[in-house]
Ligand binder design. Sequence first.
Ligand code: SAM
Length: 280
Amino acid sequence: MSDNKHLHDRVKSILYSLTGITLSENKDIMIANRLHKLKRDTKYAGDIEELLDAVEEGEHTIEFINSFTTNKTHFFREDFHFTDLKNRVLPEFAKSGNQIKLYCSASSTGEEPYSMAMTILEAAEECGRNINATILATDIDTNVLQYAANGVYRYSKSSKEFPSWIKPQKYFKKRVQKTLASEEILIKVKPELQKMVTFKVMNLNDKSYPYNKNYFDVIFCRNVLIYFSNEDQNKILKKLFSHLKIGGTLYLGHSENPQDLISYVDRIGQNIFIKTKDFY
Ligand SMILES: C[S@@+](CC[C@H](N)C(=O)[O-])C[C@H]1O[C@@H](n2cnc3c(N)ncnc32)[C@H](O)[C@@H]1O
């Protein structure tokens, strides 16, 4: 067995035990790059094998996890989910005055939960009533959570990130500094949006989640299950599902599916599922 193969198998096994993430076979370059970065970030004096020994003994585990997560996201990704939230789910809550509890289960750098918050404010305006909403956003990666809580993003006017019904200047303040690319500016989430979202660290691979059963009205679980084996995806989905109310909505990413839960949901749109009964 080559040294690299041994090292990479070790990384995969540690990563799996800490996070449940399964790295596929063709990830050699990615693993090598991230190990280098981890060594640089931790300023670890020994070699990589020793660094992995340390991680296994509980040292630098946070840095290890943060190095191996993939955090790609953007505002209003798969925007039809936000359109559905605005036009179908939120008007009911505007009308009833009941509180709506939303959960973003892999929030990365915050673009997804802030998109949820903007959608709520737009729906409230359209309905002419306040919507009493809480948004919980969790991720396993502490770096992205810090970034999200800070709420500063790069923005380019030519980007098509925001749908036509969102005016970014309503929700973001322009920052004075210019970033490197000349057409980009920095924007910061306004306090009214920031205070709608609570960010917390949470591992979807944990045995159970610290929420009541049938608690959330809406769960976003998008573009995260793809990092898990089929069996583990199913386990995560069942746990998440137990915290969704009957009648609540589950939004999944484009290449994710509800697996064993298929008989417990109504599919009403592109990876949009309404819970019809509990899975027991
Ligand atoms: C590709 S991003 C997706 C972000 C967003 N949901 C979206 O669709 O744009 C995947 C996120 O899942 C997080 N993640 C990976 N494994 C996790 C785990 N075991 N528990 C919680 N979050 C996890 C990563 O840290 C990363 O930020």
